[in-house]
Structure formats: C-alpha cells, structure tokens
Write a protein that binds this ligand. Sequence first.
Ligand code: AMP
Length: 121
Amino acid sequence: MSYDDHNIFAKILRGEIPSQTVKETEHTLAFKDIAPQAPHHVLVIPKGAYVTADDFAANASEAEIVDFWRTFGDIVAELGVAADGYRIISNAGRDGLQEVPHYHLHILAGRSMGPMLLKTD
Ligand code: AMP
C-alpha cells in the first residue's frame, strides 16, 4: 500500500493548507471536516503516513496507536457527546469510497445518525 504525499491531509499536516484544529498531540491531529454532515464532524488523523485503518493497525508504532485512540476518546469527552452517542466511520479503499488516502476517523455527533448504511443496489 503506497502512500501519496500529495493528498489533502498530508498538505494540512505540512501546514500548506489551513484547517480548523480541534486537538493536536505528538502523533495525532484532529480538525473539523470542511463539509460537516452532523452538528459535530471531526476528523482524527495520525501524523504518520498511513493510508487506511488496516495499514495503521499493521504498521504504526504502539505509541502512535495509543496516542490516536486516546485523542479520539479525549475529543468525545470534550465534545460532551458520550451520553447521547455518536458514530465513528473510517472509509477505506475503493469499496469503502475513501476520498482522501490518508487514514482518518470521522467522529459524527449531535443528531441521530439514522440507519448504519443505505442500501444502494
Ligand atoms: P473520506 O471519504 O472518508 O475519505 O472522507 C474525506 C473527508 O475529508 C470528507 O468528509 C471531506 O469533507 C473532508 N475534507 C476534504 N478536504 C478537507 C479539508 N481541506 N479540510 C477538512 N476536511 C476536508
């Protein structure tokens, strides 16, 4: 799985394009989605060059993985959405309709998310 460092999240990480930072740690950056699909729509990304969730799981260091998931948990706590609930999504590859080939977790909250998937065929 090769990583294309021209992707838009790589540019955000390099500071080449702006983003609305929600939280930043040693290994992780979280920022607001530019086209929010819920009252809260935050993207959590590792700073390292990983394409998908499985790439991150297989190749990231334990420090990166712990940092990523602790940051996710901190954001949920800071948004105050744990009680009412939220949805996390990570699209991967062609069938997952992943648009940006840098691993990211969508945190969606603030309204009912509806059915998990819409049937499209
Ligand atoms: P995915 O289909 O899972 O790859 O989703 C990519 C997400 O990135 C979409 O929800 C986009 O709205 C979001 N996105 C694209 N460009 C930017 C950007 N410059 N800043 C913040 N979010 C972005």
